[in-house]
Design a protein around this ligand. Sequence first.
Ligand code: 5RP
Length: 222
Amino acid sequence: MTQDELKQAVGDAAAQYLLPHLEERTIVGVGTGSTANCFIDALARHKHLFDGTVASSEASAQRLREHGIPVYDLNAVDSIDYYIDGADEINHRLEMIKGGGAALTREKIVAAVARHFICIADQSKLVDTLGSFPLPVEVIPMARSHVAREIVKLGGDPVYRDGVITDNGGQILDVYNLRIDAAITLEKQLNQITGVITNGLFAMRPANTLLLGTDEGVKTLT
Ligand code: 5RP
């Protein structure tokens, strides 16, 4: 199967996974990216079964609205049972690198609220050690060079993602050449650098479930 077919398969599988849990008052957290888009399209078939969504980006909010699915401000909802999102890399502890689509901060906020984080990914995303994919770090623009110098001290090679402004008005540094053996420690270290909005390591709050698209079908890992 192609990577796009695997993304479609896990998007469909996530919608099927949610079906028994969808009720009149259910709010679904929705992530960002091409895999999340597959999920949005699959979820749209069941839009009459639940209340609405909270989106982790303006792009996902727009796609949801185009399907006629209500999108709420996170401050307007009391709780989110399920958050469904993709990842750039995920390890066997279900720790992730996210932010390839520059939505990491809002993704991390919605994931923090959600009781259950379901990661949807094709088989190419599952790794033994995080770090081959450059780690995105969102920064306050005036702090970009300072943050980059501090990241070099931690052993990484930060590269400014030129021309990208996030939904929060931040900029992105993509950090190369990190071998991430202690993801929680690094996640905390990076967040302590003044000027960092957040970083794309999801280790303090990993996924609860991984729906992995493989050539043998969608596998569920917990
Ligand atoms: C966006 C993300 C995405 O989940 C991640 O980049 C994976 O994207 P895709 O499903 O397109 O491969 O973190 O900020």
